[in-house]
Design a protein around this ligand. Sequence first.
Ligand code: GLU
Ligand code: MG
Length: 439
Amino acid sequence: MGTEAYRRIRVLWPDHLNLARGKYLPSRLAERGTRHCLTVFGLGYDRDMGPVPGTGFLEGMPDMECHFDVSEVRPSWEDGVGVVIGDLERNGAAVPLAPRTVLRNAVGAWESMGFKPKVGIELEAYLMEPDPDGGWRPYNAPGSMVYGTGVRNDPQGIVQAIDQTADQLGFRVESVNGEFDMGQFEMTLEFDDAMRCADEVFLFRAMAMEVAAQKGHLLTFLPRPIPECGGNGLHVNLSLQDASGSNAMLDSSNPDGLSAIAKSCIAGQLHHMAAMTALCAPTANSYKRLLPGQIAGYWKNWGYDHRCATVRVNPERDASTRLENRMPDGAASAHMAIASVLTASRLGVEQDLPCPDAETGDALETACTEEHTPDHLGAALDALRTDRDFAEAIGPEMVDQYLAVKDTEWQKYLTANGSWEETIDRFTDWEKQTYLPYL
Ligand code: GLU
Ligand code: MG
């Protein structure tokens, strides 16, 4: 469909906070693209801005351009509006801070090794309804259950409306069901090329949050918005297609059916786990989910069909054989989480890292290792700062900028709440104000 079918083109791009920024553009001006201030990459959720490296804060806050391919404009969930994802450039070069640039580079590195990364993402989220005090409380669905479907799981039909909208817009939904706790849902899209997968998740998430908002509800992907209930993951499933189109994770000559490259990818994901965590569990709230017994990726372990392992290998040995990293959470940008998994996996191959033995215990309160994800956002940021191999490989300019923004966010959490240890069991007012409206 040409752009003339639309009154407006909504140009969106993912930022460093996992927010969808952009502009509406009249379709007659679509070819021009849009322009934005580069210093947006210095913002926190609270709109605070400072001299963050690479963002031009002290250099006049210059422009960047957003380009897109008009043939990629597609129908959106708003009447008369087509939507498209844009790429950010400055002086003719890709903006290194942009999540899409980071992911494109991560994919490119695999492609030059002869492999095409294929990714599937599982989205988990809580639906919230208005409470009498002007805040939000969990969606009232007393008949809901894990793997629940139907009206008792979704009494107001909110998730049903999201699902129908997804079909109308051509998202390739794989499954929709109730997750463990009341008001919690899991929605998965079919796997795809890494960039296309991230783009689809980005748009699906924006659509789902807005459809819920139109119906007076809040859909939140925050990792642990309800302390009494489980967390929201964003599990990243990776397989690699080789030049012949086969799944490179397979090797039937090995007893477990996994290839050497699969083992190196696992090794890389575990070796660089702490640094990855900063990008895949990007908020202070994230570390209220990354705890023992939460069946989120916490231990530095992997396992065969093991939900308490950070890297779970599914039991099938066929085109679907994949490595599921269970550590990333719903606050993470799909582009950044996928780029992190791809980069750590690639380092595993390039550095020929040894793969540890698979988890054999229950891995609930204890595991085959005592090592686990960093205890809080501050520790995760330090891990990203010190893992220079990972930082260089994923994008050093982005890492410097990201650390500056997130260091500030972490300091603000501590200032508002006094200490981490005393607030680990609570969803603080600061999180409610800073994160809940956005994530
Ligand atoms: N909700 C869990 C998490 O936070 C995952 C549950 C599942 O296995 O789907 O990652
Ligand atoms: Mg799930």
